[in-house]
Design a protein around this ligand. Structure first.
Ligand SMILES: Nc1ncnc2c1ncn2[C@@H]1O[C@H](COP(=O)(O)OP(=O)(O)OP(=O)(O)O)[C@@H](O)[C@H]1O
Ligand SMILES: [Mg+2]
Length: 313
């Protein structure tokens, strides 16, 4: 497992990645060298523009290769993540699921030496096109991580509004009260914390902290929600709460979830994408994608069948 890579948010990189200083991500583009290896370019000289939502919140990934220090971790990915659906990314450890997910909101590029080639379109916005405001991008594309990462010294209330205090959707304080109640209600946490909103977020249980992080992610009303093994540290009750929240959110959001739990993928997702490393030392590849029903009932690739039936991985 590659828990907590340097690009995951910390107290100094809050808001599940969406309040990253522009200097760390804005406008950085990568294009492949002639030999195919990605090379970093300098930040784009023109001012970044805000990607605006046109109602098309599909993510279209074309021939995407993501690398660390010139070494591809996942290569040649073509995948459309449809809006108002849940897409599950499954596959053995190290096949590049988290890397792929982090490419979808630009977080991958915050890792020193990381590179990307290919294309990621959010609606019509080419997020590696060179003139995208990565701070605004991360508002549109929220992320929830495997380990709950609330800001430990901040209150529950302040954790929820942390992302709102920055960027375009800044509001006056009275409005925050409504947002906090709504986001905590959506995250199935409101009744448990409504009497202690000023208590530190770190004082909550692990499952509560994860729901707090989900509240923080939905408070900014993103278009896309990326979830990297969001339930792996949770008990079955909290897991079901988060799954039912996901079913609600998919009415309006584009959702991608990485999970090692095959039952969870089968329960919540509409589409399943299977990735694996074909040979040791090679980058991960997307092997098969299709409706979850088909992938679980009748996968076309033997590698997929072996994985979902528990024979490998
Ligand atoms: N920050 C990093 N620097 C260098 N290599 C990395 C980094 N993060 C991931 N990798 C490498 O990229 C490959 C894909 O890793 P990634 O974390 O995306 O896999 P994963 O499918 O999410 O695995 P897991 O199921 O264990 O979380 C692995 O070989 C990993 O070692
Ligand atoms: Mg991972």
């Amino acid at each position: 497992m590659t828990d907590n890579p340097p690009s995951e948010p910390t107290a100094r990189d809050p808001g599940a990645g969406r309040v990253l200083p522009p200097a760390l991500g804005a406008g950085i583009t990568t294009k492949p060298r002639q030999d195919g290896s990605p090379v970093e370019q300098q930040p784009h000289p023109t001012p970044p523009h805000r990607p605006t939502s046109h109602g098309d919140n599909r993510i279209r990934i074309a021939d995407l290769t993501a690398s660390y220090g010139g070494r591809p971790a996942v290569a040649g990915v073509n995948l459309t993540i449809e809006s108002r659906q849940i897409t599950a990314l499954i596959g053995p450890s190290g096949c590049g699921k988290s890397t792929l997910l982090r490419c979808l909101n630009g977080m991958h590029m915050t890792v020193p030496g990381a590179g990307v080639s290919g294309q990621v379109l959010l609606g019509e916005t080419d997020i590696y096109g060179g003139d995208v405001d990565f701070v605004e991008l991360r508002r549109r594309v929220g992320m929830v991580f495997q380990r709950p990462n609330p800001f430990p010294t901040m209150s529950i209330y302040d954790n929820v509004v942390a992302g709102l205090k920055l960027g375009a959707r800044r509001r006056h304080r009275p409005h925050y009260d409504d947002v906090v109640e709504q986001a905590l209600t959506q995250a199935r946490l409101w009744t448990e914390v409504k009497d202690r909103l000023k208590a530190p977020g770190a004082g909550l249980s692990g499952g509560q902290q994860q729901r707090l992080c989900i509240a923080r992610a939905v408070a900014v009303e993103p278009d896309v929600l990326l979830m990297d093994e969001p339930c792996s540290a949770l008990d079955p009750i909290s897991t079901l709460a988060i799954e039912s929240l996901m079913m609600d959110l998919k009415q309006t959001y584009t959702i991608a979830i990485v999970t090692h739990n095959m039952q969870q993928a089968a329960r919540v997702s509409d589409v399943t994408a299977f990735l694996t490393v074909p040979e040791p030392g090679q980058p991960g590849r997307l092997i098969e994608v299709g409706s979850t029903q088909t992938i679980f009932a009748a996968p076309t690739q033997k590698a997929t069948e072996d994985y979902i039936s528990g024979r490998v991985g």
